[in-house]
Design a protein around this ligand. Structure first.
Ligand SMILES: Nc1ncnc2c1ncn2[C@@H]1O[C@H](COP(=O)(O)OP(=O)(O)OP(=O)(O)O)[C@@H](O)[C@H]1O
Ligand SMILES: [Mg+2]
Length: 256
């Protein structure tokens, strides 16, 4: 299982400062994190602290950074089929059906046409959308569209799934339902998952650990173990204690 572990070793990232030409903006500062194979890590932090930037580095979309990112002991080079991603806005193609949108994830896959059809069918079932395979994105709900995005992220059977606020745009009930589904998928498939979220409750419900980031420059403030049996009970007192402890990181002294 060691082969799927993800190691961030002193990862720093700077951009050209759009406000001040010639100057740089340090967005990530010395991020160190080891994610075990099969682990679920949640990342929370204020807007602008570099969470999406960090996921882009993990995905391999941006290779201009300092430090090292190792997957299974090897430095990542660009994007790869072993890493899938789900974005906040589902980014489905409106002119493709649900089935075709999931198949987009297999564009660079070495599978045969028949194996691809089978993989898409399996993943439609995984997210419970068999009955909507031929629907277009505008014919399904926001929650269903996010399920399609999750199926597309998983269809290559990646060892790592990166999720950038996947449920941020959904209503509270749909969000809770999809959190339960994601927890079920993770428990069954044992994929390493890294979830960025604004929702502290979601971070504790899903994470083996919660990484709290802070801004200017983006860095890790602390890492909390969530040592609670799964599936977690949101009204359990240990759950609430952990959630409140995390929330305290986001409430400035004097505001509490
Ligand atoms: N291409 C870029 N050029 C310059 N600055 C950038 C670029 N991309 C991001 N930034 C800056 O990097 C910082 C971190 O951005 P990022 O999108 O990673 O934050 P975030 O934690 O995901 O925020 P949010 O919670 O709002 O999604 C911000 O200050 C942003 O303005
Ligand atoms: Mg972001």
């Amino acid at each position: 299982m060691q082969s799927n572990s993800l190691v961030l070793d002193r990862v720093s990232k700077q951009f050209d400062n759009p406000q001040r030409p010639g100057e740089t903006l340090r967005v990530l500062d010395n991020i160190r994190l080891d994610v075990r194979a099969g682990e679920f890590v949640s990342i929370v932090g204020a807007s602008g602290c570099g969470k999406s930037t960090l996921l882009r580095l993990l995905l391999g979309l941006d290779q201009a950074f300092d430090g090292q990112i190792l997957l299974g002991g090897k430095p990542i080079r660009g994007t790869g089929l072993e890493r899938g991603i789900v974005f906040q806005d589902h980014r489905l193609f409106p002119w493709l059906t649900v089935r075709e949108n999931i198949a987009v994830g297999l564009k660079n896959s070495p599978l045969s046409a028949r194996e691809k059809t089978e993989a898409v069918r399996e993943h439609l079932a995984l997210v419970g959308l068999e009955a909507f395979a031929d629907a277009y994105p505008q014919q399904i709900s926001g929650g269903m569209a996010q399920r399609v995005a999750i199926a597309r992220g998983l269809v290559n059977r990646p060892s790592v799934l990166l999720l950038d606020e996947p449920f941020g745009a959904l209503d509270a009930l749909t969000r809770t339902r999809l959190q339960n589904e994601l927890q079920g998928i993770w428990a069954r498939e044992r994929i390493t998952m890294v979830l960025v979220t604004h929702d502290v409750d979601e971070a504790v419900f899903l994470g083996d650990r919660v990484v709290v980031m802070q801004p200017n420059p983006g860095r890790i403030r602390r890492v909390l173990d969530v040592d609670l049996p799964r599936p977690r009970n949101r009204s359990d007192s240990a759950f609430i204690t952990l959630r409140d402890d995390l929330l305290s990181d986001f409430i400035a002294p004097g505001q509490a």
